[in-house]
Design a protein around this ligand. Structure first.
Ligand SMILES: C[S@@+](CC[C@H](N)C(=O)[O-])C[C@H]1O[C@@H](n2cnc3c(N)ncnc32)[C@H](O)[C@@H]1O
Length: 357
């Protein structure tokens, strides 16, 4: 059946404008159209800064709303989709704007897209990061590092699933199956914790349960809890992991396990290749509020950690503010930094600490 790209494009614009959920948009679509929709929505978000960078010199006044999203989507198709046919992208975009806006807007879009040039550049907008994140990462990890990170965040992610039997499968696009989706950085970190050979791991921030399940599959004895999402944790791990209530975990003077894992709530700035919308939805103030939560949680756990016990702190963020700066005072024995340009998977920071005996 022929694809109705006018309809698909207008659904995609609604997703990009935030008025339609991507999963809902894909619900009634054929598999191929759903894949197109995921790619175009995620890709446009991933390349949004670059699209604006290229658009800016071509428009006297930067377009807004529907027209801007249509232009960003078309530019993404030119930059990131090998198989799109540019004249077709231009004519479909012009038709869409004509149908939904005006003839004047359609002419404007046509003129912009026909004059589009793929210029080289540098800086936050060119590398498609919000300015606050670019500046903060440059300050924390240097310009070269930030540029390489940003560049790798423009690529499509490779997804892996851990099947019920513990085997790992690689897939692209949408996953419908019995396993759970886990990135390779997560899997690597779970293996690092297994290698420590603890007798009993207490996973304190466990929902939805990816790390707990990985540990159990690796033969570990695990107790999991989650302060805010215990029902979700229970339903996703089923009977495979022992789940306790948050309050119950804190009932004794010291925490009962010889290894406690805090997979702390964080800005998720390590996940922006897979979930590019995150980078545009957060500001530095959000990070600062999260750092307060992370610092307090770590202090609370450290105080109740049994002498000689291990503590693993992790965040799916590459920001030093949420990583090294939070753990420094506990003098980690070991630290890990995962990032798409370094290790291929999601960005994560983790540290291992031991409470003095
Ligand atoms: C990064 S997620 C955990 C992901 C999980 N470990 C996994 O691999 O599937 C962080 C968890 O911390 C919990 N959380 C949020 N705020 C918290 C707080 N102030 N204290 C303790 N846990 C919190 C959230 O409910 C969330 O499930």
């Amino acid at each position: 059946m022929a694809h109705d790209y006018n309809q698909l494009r207008s659904l995609a614009v609604r997703v990009l404008q935030g008025s339609l959920d991507l999963e809902k948009a894909c619900q009634d679509l054929a598999a191929q159209d759903a894949s197109w929709m995921w790619d175009v929505c995620a890709g446009t978000q991933r390349w949004r800064g670059r699209a604006d960078y290229l658009l800016r010199p071509l428009a006297k006044k930067m377009p807004k709303g529907f027209v801007l999203e249509c232009l960003r989507m078309a530019i993404y198709q030119k930059l990131g989709q090998d198989r799109s046919v540019w004249p077709k992208v231009v004519s479909e975009t012009v038709t869409l704007v004509h149908t939904n806006e005006s003839e004047h807007a359609a002419r404007f879009v046509n003129a912009i897209l026909r004059r589009l040039e793929l210029k080289e550049g540098d800086g936050a907008e060119y590398w498609s990061l919000p300015t606050w994140l670019w500046d903060q990462l440059c300050l924390e990890r240097g310009v070269e590092w930030t540029r390489a990170f940003a560049q790798s965040c423009l690529e499509r992610p490779v997804n892996t699933t851990v099947n019920q039997d513990g085997s790992v499968a690689v897939f692209q696009g949408i996953f419908h199956g019995d396993g759970f989706v886990q990135d390779i950085s997560n899997q690597a970190l779970v293996q690092e914790v297994i290698a420590l050979q603890p007798r009993h791991v207490l996973d304190l921030c466990a929902a939805p349960g990816g790390k707990s399940l990985g540990l159990v599959q690796g033969g570990m004895t695990v107790t999991a809890t989650d302060k805010h999402r215990e029902p979700m944790l229970r339903s996703s791990v089923g009977t495979k992991v022992r789940v306790m209530g948050w309050e119950q975990v804190w009932a004794d003077a010291s925490l009962f396990a010889d290894c406690v894992w805090i997979d702390a709530p964080c800005s998720a700035m390590g996940l922006i290749r897979r979930h590019p919308e995150i980078k545009w939805n957060r500001v530095m103030l959000d990070v600062e509020a999260l750092v307060k939560v992370q610092t307090a949680l770590l202090a609370q756990v450290w105080e109740r950690l049994a002498p000689g016990a291990l503590l693993v702190y992790s965040v799916c963020s590459v920001m030093k503010a949420e990583g090294e700066a939070v753990t420094a005072q506990y003098v980690p024995i070991k630290e890990w930094l995962y990032a798409p340009h370094l290790t291929g998977g999601d960005g994560m920071y983790a540290a291992l600490m031991r409470k003095p005996a």
